[in-house]
Design a protein around this ligand. Structure first.
Ligand SMILES: NC(=O)c1ccc[n+]([C@@H]2O[C@H](COP(=O)([O-])OP(=O)(O)OC[C@H]3O[C@@H](n4cnc5c(N)ncnc54)[C@H](O)[C@@H]3O)[C@@H](O)[C@H]2O)c1
Length: 274
């Protein structure tokens, strides 16, 4: 269903790799709500993914950019303003990657140049994106910037590895930069802390199947899907949430405030009685 919430708004969406990506679903929903946007991803992901299909479907222009490269980001932002015909109203940062996770190194045996790379891609890039937008004065007043996070920033999920630290840093950047963006440009900055979601990044985490089922059983509303996340993001891009900023917003079916659920208790009781 479309409500026309983003009619006339322009944006940049980072991180649509394939149709499972949260950014992919968000692009589809933003399009349905009347928004126009540039799609961007790392040059290597352009070759691996299917972003051009999404661009065709949504009438978007694709501009490749490595989100850790200031030079790429400067080009991306100035070209986006040109292509879209005006300043930017919304930005989605949907980027995450840990080399330690990818290569199976445990949290207690990190290779620190990999740690630094993961930090730069997953958190530093968010600062870089906002700094470029800020310096180019590319955001419209009452615009909205959203990045995606995970609850391992606050609680221990052992297999989430150094991504937990990256997400804590990402959420802190949202607050710190959000202050300046709010004070100087009336732009809001928030992170959404999303349920485990079966995407390329999600499924790359060891034990993913176990913890997505556990979260499903713990959450009174069940896990939030990628489409649910897209809908929530649309609401944060819309004019209906103009005074929400500096927040980390849990979007997880209630998981983050649970201690234990009947369903999880039952699973243990069944195991004991077996
Ligand atoms: N899937 C989950 O369980 C889950 C849960 C909470 C939060 N998140 C977060 O959601 C966001 C999107 O991930 P997803 O689950 O849709 O997976 P995904 O793998 O589809 O998306 C990750 C994206 O990051 C991009 N990327 C990696 N390095 C980049 C770089 N240098 N420059 C630009 N882009 C780069 C990838 O190409 C890819 O498109 C990430 O921040 C992730 O941590 C995911």
């Amino acid at each position: 269903m479309s409500y026309g919430l983003l009619k006339g708004k322009r944006g940049i969406i980072f991180g649509a790799l394939d149709e499972n990506s949260i950014a992919w679903k968000t692009a589809e929903r933003v399009h349905e709500e009347g928004g126009s946007f540039v799609l961007t991803n790392a040059p290597i992901a352009m070759r691996m993914g299917t972003i051009n299909q999404l661009a065709e479907k949504t009438g978007a222009t694709v501009i490749p950019a490595d989100a850790t490269s200031i030079e790429d980001l400067e080009k991306l932002v100035s070209e986006s303003v040109e292509v879209l015909g005006g300043k930017i109203d919304f930005v989605l940062h949907s980027i995450g990657m840990s080399v330690n996770v990818r290569k199976g190194r445990s949290y207690t045996d990190q290779k620190y140049d990999w740690t630094a790379k993961g930090w730069d891609v997953s958190a530093g890039s968010f600062h870089k994106v906002m700094q470029v937008l800020y310096k180019q004065d590319a955001m419209n007043e009452w615009g909205s910037i959203v990045a995606l996070s995970y609850m391992a920033a606050q609680r221990v999920f052992p297999d989430y590895n150094d991504m937990a630290d990256n997400k804590a840093f990402l959420e802190s950047i949202a607050r710190s930069f959000g202050y300046f963006f709010g004070r100087d440009k009336n732009v809001r900055v928030n992170t959404i802390s999303q349920s485990p979601t079966p995407t390329t990044a999600g499924k790359g985490v060891k034990g993913f199947d176990g913890f997505i089922s556990y979260a499903e059983k713990m959450s009174p509303l069940g896990n939030a899907s990628a489409l649910d996340c897209a809908n929530y993001t649309v609401s944060l891009f819309s004019d209906l949430t103009q005074k929400v900023t500096l927040q980390n917003l849990f979007h997880d079916g209630g998981f983050s405030n649970m201690g234990v659920s009947d369903a999880v208790m039952q699973a243990f009781e069944d195991q004991q009685n077996a």
